[in-house]
Write a new protein. Structure first.
Length: 205
């Protein structure tokens, strides 16, 4: 209902510009508390180091459970308390990432991963999700231009990210009231303007 603290999430394939947009939106809306996944709290940051380490081989089921564990800690330690105290939150990735990456990309099943994460988050669902839609190939070229090397997931083949991208599209189509789809290939200023409108509308709802 109006006046209730909002949870707004950013989603998209790697290289779609989520982190850059998150920082820009946080500057535009100072009342937003900006967090990232996996991370945001010490336990979750430790998990982030594990799941992104290119030197490790992680079984898909273990990967899914590690992300869910990091998410559970973030929800309990930061998200629930922030929302309960009236603080709006902007979160760079949340449960939809697991549905797309582990559920579809790893072939574990979207509904199976949804059940795991419903338990991990105690049923917490974003009020609005901004999906940065980008062709996986363009995302890969953006990653290649970065100074730091690819992490463990970023080393997956193009077919993996095509599956992830298609899963995101299916999630957005299934929940049009929650998702706002943005063309991440547009000029940065245009992407920010559309995202700004979506965030303002979510906060006012």
């Amino acid at each position: 209902m109006p006046g209730t603290a909002k949870l707004i999430t950013l989603e998209g394939v790697d290289g779609s510009g989520k982190s850059t947009l998150a920082a820009a939106l946080a500057a535009e809306f100072p009342r937003l508390e900006l967090l990232r996944e996996p991370g945001g709290v010490p336990v979750a940051e430790r998990v982030r180091a594990l799941v992104t380490d290119p030197g490790l081989t992680v079984h898909p089921r273990a990967e899914a459970l590690l992300y869910a564990a990091a998410r559970a800690q973030l929800v309990a330690e930061r998200l629930r308390p922030l929302l309960a105290s009236g603080h709006d939150v902007l979160l760079d990735r949340f449960l939809d990432s697991s549905l797309a990456y582990q559920g579809a990309g790893r072939g574990l099943g979207v509904e199976e991963i949804r059940a795991i994460n419903a338990f991990a988050t105690d049923g917490l669902i974003p009020d609005r999700t901004l999906l940065l839609r980008l062709q996986p190939g363009l995302g890969r070229s953006r990653q290649a231009a970065r100074a730091d090397g690819p992490d463990r997931l970023e080393r997956e083949p193009d077919s993996f990210f095509e599956t992830v991208g298609a899963a995101y599209d299916a999630l957005a189509a299934a929940e049009p009231a929650r998702f706002v789809v943005l063309d991440a290939s547009a000029a940065p200023g245009e992407v920010l303007a559309r995202a700004r409108e979506a965030v303002a509308a979510a906060l006012a709802a």
